[in-house]
Design a protein around this ligand. Structure first.
Ligand SMILES: O=C(O)C(=O)C[C@]1(C(=O)O)C=C[C@@H](O)C=C1
Length: 372
């Protein structure tokens, strides 16, 4: 401020800070207003069905304009850094608003989804279900023996693979349609539901004809065409988490199915790939608790694939139920040593009896409510 003597009077730091405080308020108001406009852009993009909110060309255009307009004192690089942060936060806002709208989200549907498949209820605090059976369907004798044994133990859902996703193309690939026919017939004869994996969009119709529940395996969790196809099938879907999938990716995979109109999805945590070698995979129990918290869908745990070894099945099943799992998936075979797949990890009948005794009363008790 010029004085009578023509000298500029120094403003005090307090005075300058008061001005900064005012500028901060204005900046905050502007940033918040910008956020509101961005949120509207986000909603418009979602309504148009755009797959992504990120638009690098639009960001670049804004940075170029800001470069031209920059009056200083901040160098253009600094201005760009600041605005890139704003773009990042804006993008996160658009995406998080999207997430709140997800059909799988508890924010959209607060009460648990309970599946009732021919009287077998899954989810919503019902006693945990057991899904058991061999890795692969191999023969009539094998399926008959297993189904009869499991029926005697009260198991209402029989699993068995007719199409096998094998690491090697030369490994046993499954019995195909013959396996479907066999699995479905044997399950029916023993008052059980039949769950089996579908690996190819071209097989969804035939698998739906024979299976009561369609399984999407871990290796196909990212197969979006298949997810959409089972979303159009009128059968419940057991969706395994991918080997290296984040929880978010897993839930988006479920969203693909729900978005096609199929709300009957069971999430299945089956362990993820980590650096650990003593187990086949690492059972991610936080994923179970989080999936229960974030979604309304039933969540079960495949202890067999998580552990890849028999000696951990009891503690893992107990832990799964303790964190709120709605069911346990376990592989059982009359003679694991001669099984055509997964012979290291399937339980024989005596092993299953021990497993049941070990997990004990937890299987009868209502599932632990997911507490937030
Ligand atoms: O203009 C858009 O498409 C927006 O989504 C807004 C916005 C922004 O903050 O300016 C945010 C993210 C996009 O990557 C590009 C731009």
């Amino acid at each position: 401020m010029p004085t009578l003597l023509g000298m500029t009077q120094q403003r005090t730091i307090d005075d300058l800070r008061a001005e900064i405080d005012q500028i901060n308020r204005e900046l905050l108001a502007l940033i918040s207003r910008r956020g509101e406009v961005v949120a509207q852009i986000g909603h418009a993009k979602s309504a148009e069905g755009r797959p992504n909110h990120y638009d690098p060309a639009r960001e670049e255009q804004q940075l170029k304009e800001l470069e031209k307009l920059n009056p200083g004192p901040f160098p253009t690089a600094t201005v760009k850094t600041i605005f890139k942060e704003i773009f990042k936060a804006s993008l996160a806002l658009e995406e998080s608003n999207d997430k709140k709208q997800l059909l799988v989200s508890r924010k959209v549907k607060s009460e648990d989804t309970v599946l009732d498949i021919d009287g077998v209820r899954i989810g919503g605090g019902e006693a945990p279900v057991i899904i058991a059976g061999p890795c692969s369907i191999e023969s009539e004798e094998q399926m008959e023996q297993t189904a009869a044994f499991l029926q005697g133990k009260g198991v209402r859902i029989l699993r068995g693979g007719a199409y096998k996703p094998r690491t090697s193309p030369y490994g046993f690939q499954g019995m195909g349609v013959d396996g479907l026919i066999l699995g479905s017939r044997v399950a029916k004869e023993h008052g059980q539901l039949f769950v089996t994996e579908v690996m190819d969009t071209r097989d969804v119709d035939v698998v739906s004809e024979y299976a009561d529940i369609l399984q999407i395996g871990a290796r196909n969790m990212h197969n979006f065409a298949l997810l959409r196809e089972v979303g159009r099938a009128r059968r419940p879907v057991l969706l395994k988490r991918g080997l290296s999938a984040t929880i978010e990716e897993w839930l988006y995979a479920a969203e693909y199915i729900l978005s096609e109109g199929n709300n009957e999805v069971i999430l299945c945590e089956r362990g993820i790939r980590t650096y650990e070698k003593w187990t086949r995979n690492t059972l991610d129990l936080s994923a179970v608790a989080l999936a229960k918290q974030e979604t309304h869908l039933p969540v079960i745990v495949d202890v067999t694939h998580a552990a890849g070894r028999r000696d951990l099945l009891i503690p893992l099943a107990k832990a799964a139920i303790a964190v709120g799992a709605d069911g346990i998936h376990v592989e059982v075979h009359p003679s694991p040593a001669t099984a055509l797949s997964d012979n290291e990890q399937q339980l024989d009948f005596a092993g299953y009896e021990k497993f049941l005794a070990g997990v004990g009363s937890l299987l009868q008790a209502p599932a632990v409510a997911a507490t937030v």
